[in-house]
Design a protein around this ligand. Structure first.
Ligand code: NDP
Length: 246
C-alpha cells in the first residue's frame, strides 16, 4: 500500500521563514495549504510546485470570521490537516519606545502574532483531536525569553506564544498530538524592513551590525527535524541562534 499523503497548513507561507518551511514540507512529500495575507505570494508557490501539491489560500490571521471558517475553504479531499505551522507574524512599527509608538501598531502586532496563532489553532485543533493525531508548530522567537527595551508589543506577543504553547501541550498531553515551539534568533527575511516600513538602509545597517544571521532554510530544517521524530517523542522547544550570539 502506498504511503498516506499528509497535509500541512502553514500561515505566512508566502515569504521568509514560512516560505522555506512550506518548501521543505512539499519537498518532504506533504501536501500543502499555503496560507498568507498576500494571495499572490502563495499563488507563486502553487505555480512552482503544482496545484496538486500546493493549495494557495488567502488568509489574514486577524480576520476572525474567516479564520473561524478556515476549514470550510479547504477542499475536503486534502483534509484532515496533519501539521499546522503558525508562522504568520510581524513587528511593523516595532523598535519604538512604548509611549511613542502608536497603539494601533502594538495592537496589530498582538492581534497577528499571538491572537492569530491562538485563533488559527482553535479553528483546526478540534479536527486533530477527533483524529487523535497531528503536529502544531508555533513560531515564537528568542524575544519570548530575552527581554529588550523598545520591543514591548513583539516581546509580549512572543512571550504569549511561549505560554500558550506550553499550556496547549499540557491540554493535549493525553492525545497523540505534538506541540512544538520554535525560537529563532535573527533570521534573514523581510521582517526588519517591514518593521521600519520599507526602509532598506535601516535594514542593511541592522544586518551589518549583527554580522551573522540565520537563513530561513535553517529554521525550516529545524522544523522538519521536529516533525520527523517518532510518534512517542515531541520536541517541545528549539532555541536557534546564529553562531556569534549567546
Ligand atoms: P516575513 O515578513 O518574511 O514573513 C512573514 C509572512 O507573514 C509574510 O508573508 C507576511 O505577509 C505574512 N503575514 C503578515 N501578517 C499576516 C496576517 N495577518 N495574516 C497572514 N499572513 C500574514 O518575516 P519572517 O519570515 O521573518 O517571519 C515569520 C515568523 O518568524 C514571524 O512570526 C516572526 O515573528 C518569526 N521570527 C522571525 C525572526 C527573524 O529574525 N526573521 C526571528 C524570530 C521569529 P506580507 O509579506 O504580505 O506582510
Amino acid at each position: 500500500m502506498a504511503d498516506e499523503v499528509r497535509t500541512a497548513l502553514v500561515t505566512g507561507a508566502g515569504s521568509g521563514i514560512g516560505r522555506a518551511i512550506a518548501t521543505a514540507l512539499v519537498q518532504a512529500g506533504y501536501r500543502l495549504v499555503a496560507a498568507d495575507i498576500d494571495e499572490a505570494s502563495v499563488g507563486q508557490l502553487a505555480a512552482e510546485f503544482g496545484a496538486d501539491l500546493v493549495f494557495p489560500l488567502r488568509l489574514d490571521v486577524t480576520d476572525k470570521p474567516t479564520v473561524d471558517g478556515l476549514l470550510d475553504r479547504i477542499p475536503a479531499a486534502i483534509q484532515p490537516i496533519d501539521v499546522l505551522v503558525n508562522n504568520a507574524g510581524h513587528d511593523i512599527g516595532g523598535r519604538t519606545r512604548f509611549d511613542i509608538g502608536s497603539a494601533d501598531d502594538w495592537s496589530n502586532i498582538i492581534d497577528t502574532n499571538l491572537a492569530g496563532t491562538m485563533r488559527v489553532t482553535r479553528a483546526i485543533l478540534p479536527q486533530m483531536v477527533a483524529c487523535n493525531r497531528g503536529d502544531i508548530v508555533n513560531m515564537s522567537s528568542i524575544s519570548a525569553i530575552r527581554l529588550v527595551p523598545d520591543m514591548a508589543a513583539y516581546t509580549a506577543s512572543k512571550a504569549g506564544i511561549r505560554a500558550f504553547t506550553d499550556v496547549l501541550r499540557g491540554d493535549l498531553a493525553e492525545t497523540a498530538i505534538r506541540v512544538t515551539e520554535i525560537l529563532p534568533g535573527l533570521t534573514r527575511t523581510n521582517i526588519i524592513r517591514k518593521r521600519h516600513r520599507g526602509d532598506e538602509q535601516v535594514e542593511r545597517e541592522y544586518f551589518e551590525r549583527y554580522k551573522v544571521a540565520l537563513e530561513p532554510e535553517d529554521i525550516a530544517r529545524s522544523v522538519m527535524f521536529a516533525l520527523s521524530q517518532p510518534p512517542h517523542m515531541q520536541i517541545a522547544q528549539m532555541y536557534i541562534l546564529p553562531i556569534n550570539r549567546w
